[in-house]
Design a protein around this ligand. Structure first.
Ligand code: FES
Ligand code: FES
Length: 190
């Protein structure tokens, strides 16, 4: 006797209901089990700032933040993100100062860190996460830890300068806050 067809084939497309918060807006969506997070963002939510380059985890154009951590949205299924907090390039500007640009967006402009701009949304999301991870300490760190974000236009030197400027500004602000803290009073032995 021939093998029975798989249940999924009998039942047709597999639909799932998921709830996500994207750029601080909640959505409840029906998705097929094979839809990537990238296609969910671009096709269902019309957030086309996140780019599809290779669709194979090779270029970083699709980088978004999930719970503050950078991931390649083309390599992740949407159904895996039920309950997730997602930030795309469209949500970066409000992360710090409301309607103003995120400091990294401004730094990319100031340093001419883009040409065609196709890789820029992914570069920005990746850099936001890199800085919050506290790992952008040197130019070498930035080059190494941003190496998953390719730029066909070769804007790498300017991208590194922009990321470094914002990382250093954050580190200096943190240092001055620490310096202003009163020193802990140590108990004096009797
Ligand atoms: S589109 Fe996702 S890594 Fe290239
Ligand atoms: S600015 Fe064109 S691919 Fe990076």
């Amino acid at each position: 006797m021939a093998d029975s067809p798989p249940t999924a084939a009998l039942n047709g497309p597999s639909q799932h209901t998921i709830a996500v918060r994207v750029n601080r807006i909640s959505h409840e969506l029906q998705v097929e089990s094979w839809v990537s997070l990238l296609d969910l963002l671009r096709d269902k939510l019309q957030l086309t700032g996140t780019k599809k380059g290779c669709d194979h985890g090779q270029c970083g154009a699709c980088t978004v933040l999930v719970g503050g951590r950078r991931i390649n949205a083309c390599l992740s299924l949407a159904v895996m993100h039920d309950g997730s907090e997602i930030t795309t390039v469209e949500g970066l500007a409000n992360l710090v100062t409301g309607p103003e640009l995120h400091p990294l967006q401004q730094a990319f402009i100031d340093h001419d860190a883009l040409q065609c701009g196709y890789c820029t949304p992914g570069q920005l999301c990746s850099a936001v996460s890199l800085i919050s991870e506290g790992q952008a300490r040197t130019v070498g760190d930035i080059r190494e830890l941003m190496s998953g974000n390719l730029c066909r236009c070769g804007a790498y030197p300017q991208i590194v300068q922009a990321v470094r400027q914002v990382a250093m500004a954050g580190a200096q602000a943190k240092a001055s806050r620490t310096a202003r803290k009163p020193a802990a009073i140590k108990p004096v032995a009797a």
